[in-house]
Design a protein around this ligand. Structure first.
Ligand code: BMA
Length: 329
């Protein structure tokens, strides 16, 4: 298919895909066979959600949040031939690490996977005297080399950009607290070497409605001709607890801490039974997006009710149009 290439990235002809259901005008629509990953895919899992999938050797691989039946959160490696059927390693990732002081793990969750230059980087919420951003790299999804934590506690939702910006690596993160943080804005940080992070910039904070309590970056930002497309989660504090939805914004290509457009309505909110019922009801939590540069197709993986993993689809041009048309900064 030839069309204006909005996505500044390669084609992904085998991206999982389903057309928008007849009669729907939604900008993002769900995979008809959701949840794409059930909670009990491996024998020891209580739940599998908030997980990251990336193109790998002509197929797909990823890092998956599997909470076990002791209710401990761990991240596991996995593969898929098609982005729909997954095989997840029953044992958690055991990182190779020559720094014993950072090698101890109490918990690991909410991974993101980002290809930069010559390898896949994994960021996740790592416990080091409190939640912070753990980092590792892998080339084969078998051996994972743990790096220094990006920040001191408390921080969550560390999401790398897929290339250097102004010659430096770049990451979004969300300073937090020790618990179920009742606040949260997105910040931008730079690094010359993926070890030392600084030049911190405020990106965006809470707004009304679905994103009034806290927000956090979701999948690795997608480079487009219109800016970095950031899909993120936003939280509303209802009388019955937090409600997690996902929305989108466009960030400046060279200064990604500058928000150019930000959609006021959400893209997807918890409405299906598997998003509304589970260990934590009313949660959609995006952690990964596949993008096909040739067709503009997007496939977004998101955690549902802290229990299972869902898949949703969109066309990048339509998402950009939606963000611009409904923008409120
Ligand atoms: C956040 C994180 C996520 C989780 C969400 C909803 O604070 O812990 O892992 O999906 O809460 O419980």
């Amino acid at each position: 298919m030839t069309q204006k290439q909005t996505i500044q990235g390669p084609g992904l002809p085998n991206i999982p895909w389903e057309e928008r259901p007849a009669g729907s005008s939604a900008v993002m629509w769900r995979y008809s066979n959701n949840p794409v990953i059930p909670r009990d895919l491996i024998p020891t899992s209580n739940s599998i959600f908030n997980s990251a999938v990336a193109p790998f050797e002509g197929a797909f691989a990823g890092v998956f949040r599997c909470d076990n039946t002791c209710r401990e959160a761990w991240i596991h490696s996995g593969r898929s031939p098609n982005g729909i059927d997954f095989e997840i390693d029953p044992d958690p990732i055991r990182f190779v690490c020559d720094e014993p002081e950072i090698a101890e793990h109490l918990e690991a969750y909410d991974p993101r996977v980002c290809w930069i230059e010559d390898r896949y980087y994994v960021t996740w919420c790592n416990f080091y005297h409190g939640p912070t951003i753990g980092m590792a790299y892998t080339n084969d999804f078998k051996t994972f080399h743990q790096m220094e934590n990006a920040f001191i506690p408390y921080n969550r939702n560390g999401v790398l950009f897929p290339r250097r910006i102004n010659e430096r690596y770049a990451m979004l993160s969300r300073p937090s607290d020790t618990g179920h943080t009742p606040f949260g804005d997105i910040f931008y940080s730079e690094s010359p070497d993926l070890c030392y992070w600084g030049r911190h910039r405020f990106v965006m904070g809470t707004k009304g409605g679905w994103q009034s309590k806290k927000i956090g970056a979701g999948p690795v930002p997608i480079e487009t001709t219109e800016g970095w497309l950031l899909i993120y989660h936003g939280v509303l504090n209802s009388c019955n607890g937090f409600v997690y939805s996902m929305g989108a914004a466009l960030l400046d290509i060279d200064k990604p801490w500058k928000v150019m457009y930000r959609a006021k309505p959400y893209l997807l909110s918890p409405q299906m039974p598997y998003e509304c019922m589970g260990d934590v009801p009313n949660v959609v939590f995006p952690c990964a997006a596949l993008a096909d540069g040739d067709t503009g197709r997007l496939a977004v993986y998101y955690g549902c009710a802290d229990s299972v993993t869902g898949l949703a689809f969109a066309q990048v041009d339509e998402v950009i149009d939606f963000v611009k048309t409904h923008s409120s900064l």
